[in-house]
Design a protein around this ligand. Sequence first.
Ligand SMILES: [Zn+2]
Length: 437
Amino acid sequence: MKLELSRVVQGCRLGVLTGLGRAGQHSLEVPGCLLYTRCGSVPHLTQDTLHTLKNLPSVTQLTLDTLAEHQEVLEEFKEGAGKFAGLHDTVLYCSLHDPATSSPTGHITNKTVSVWGSGGRIALSVAKFMALQKAVRPDLYHSMADGETWPGNVSRKRVRKSVDRTLAHLDECLLLHHRTQELAGVEVLGVVEGGDVLEERVRSARETAKRPVGGFCLDGFHSAAMDQNLRTQLIATTVKELPEDKPRLLQGVGRPDHVLSCVEVGVDLFEGFFPFQVTERGCALIFAFDIATDPEAAGTGPQAPPTARCVPEAPVDSRIVGELDDDKPEADVVENNGPGYQEDQTKMTPFEINLKDKRYRDDFGPLVEGCGCYCCRNHQRAYLHHLLMTNELLAGVLLMLHNTAHYCAFFTALRVALASDRLEHLKKRVLMGQARG
Ligand SMILES: [Zn+2]
């Protein structure tokens, strides 16, 4: 795996990740996103339906949350999760947690982390984690990590421990990785932790970069865990400790405005879960990213729905970076079955419309005028409204098709904007949140 950067514009890295896959035949353009799946399949879509879309990401994300309970079956199958799930020719990336689902927190020890499948909690030691990787057979995966360090919930001491544990897990993973024949040629991403403690972020990045990893996974920056301004400040400092020639994947961030801010501080890759979350709340992505038109003129369009305005970010968290309360009790194996750190997934963002709203009952236009996806070419907003109101499964299929197409097209537009020095133009278009239809 090799990252070839063609240019860096305002901190944004434009390039291509080459040599992906066991035979090195795949590549992925950056900035870019991964293809989100659950247990190996894109929710709502068959492989045939999915592949009616163009420009899909060449890397598919699998998660141990959904695969861990199938370990025995995968071991018996012997040909990996990609073939088990009938995936077409794609690069497989395996991560620990499902970015679209919140998990109960507090089930972490010095030696284990927990994932949650449909049958409940599964504790993973490094040995079990690596046995799973051997059974799943991804092309790349990130090492086991202790990432429960979101602001306001843990002490500085706990954050330090998460960095120490994550580095220890990485060393153990690498040791087992090199002893496992089935994982020959597979890339390992090192996980950077450190919560909102700047010096711990720097230490985590610096130490991880010393290890023989193929790239870096930035954890603990999830949308609900951290204010966007604090996130970008921390990432900007953290990535200075990372080598330029290895990719940086940011976990848990998917909103287009957050993506743009993070790309500007040097993030290369994002998990592609956002279109799925939008689909699950019965919504369609409609934000504009077409930079062929004048953004100022476009802003006066009469048809922009009220939900498509960009809501200003909350003011910067008043917490001073690096000054956490050391006196808080350490929470290691605390039984905490709360909702975790994920944001409320039913909450709409300014980049979508809610098709359940009765205003769409007689709206006979497509979701997005000019979109080439099957849904927009064949159906109207009114029909989607009807499908949602009558709980038809086809609603999820059509929305997932469109939302996936729209999100992938946004990343394509971002790369085009970077290549043609029109990033500011694109940002205006996206942040003004004007609908095209
Ligand atoms: Zn569409």
